[in-house]
Design a protein around this ligand. Structure first.
Ligand code: PGA
Length: 241
């Protein structure tokens, strides 16, 4: 694992965008695994800027989002589908047919999950997976538990995650209780991974992730077993290392 401590959030976002740009420029049909949340917003803004300056072309890029809430329509402002379009897809040239975001409205979530996993395999696997980290050490919506799932699956969100995400909703009661998420195995199957962490609230989770122990109580700790992970942390998130 490479750990890079970066002075501030803007630089962290630029460095993350540079890693994505190199990947996209190096390989035709790059498959990107994409996160949502506050942390990658700066990275998406940098990528949009690069696209507008003709420095990057997403024409052949294929994307798979990590997760999505269950129970929110795709155009709901707090759905990850909405987030991805308003912060990234609407401003760049990723083809609609190359965008994958798990969505279960009336369909059986088990079938949706199976199909999602097959689509990742059919695309040849993920070349570069970008991750954030939850204050509880989750990656995607793989929440701390006695066991973790390897593949894309339905998940009950923890109290901590519901609480953390309630800042985006009018009230805590509006936060969905379930989501679909790629599994730890789907994430670990990526050829390369970058994880972004910013702010003091992530310091404990970052410390646990890098503790040298692997535990399902800190899902991000599994990344220690992957051979190509770069962790980009700002000074606050690195404060307990
Ligand atoms: P955040 O979420 O970027 O909004 O802090 C990260 C996550 O929960 O994975």
């Amino acid at each position: 694992m490479r750990i890079k401590t970066i002075d501030n959030y803007n630089e962290l976002s630029e460095q993350a965008a540079d890693i994505v740009a190199i990947e996209v420029q190096t390989k035709k049909n790059t498959v990107l695994g994409l996160p949502t949340g506050s942390t990658p917003l700066g990275m998406y803004a940098c990528l949009v800027k690069m696209y507008k300056k003709n420095e990057i072309d997403f024409k052949n890029v294929i994307t798979f989002n990590l997760d999505e809430y269950i129970g929110l329509p795709p155009d709901h402002p707090q759905s990850y589908n909405y987030y991805m379009h308003s912060n990234f897809f609407d401003h760049v040239n990723v083809k609609k047919s190359n965008i994958h975001i798990p969505h279960c409205k009336d369909q059986d979530p088990i079938l949706i999950c199976r199909e999602y996993e097959q689509n990742i395999k059919r695309a040849g696997g993920i070349d570069l997976q970008i991750l954030g980290i939850g204050t509880n050490g989750h990656i995607g919506f793989n929440e701390p538990d006695e066991y973790l799932y390897t593949e894309t699956h339905l998940v009950e969100l923890t109290e901590e995650t519901i609480e953390a995400n309630s800042r985006f909703f009018k009230s805590r009661d509006e936060v969905p209780l379930q989501a679909v998420t790629m599994g730890v195995g789907s994430i670990m199957g990526a050829a390369k991974i970058i994880l972004l962490a910013s702010g003091e609230s992530k310091a404990e989770a970052v410390k646990e992730m890098l503790s040298g122990k692997v535990t399902t109580r800190v899902p991000a700790s599994f990344l220690q077993l992957h051979r190509d992970v770069t962790v980009l942390v700002d000074i606050e998130a690195a404060s307990l290392l």
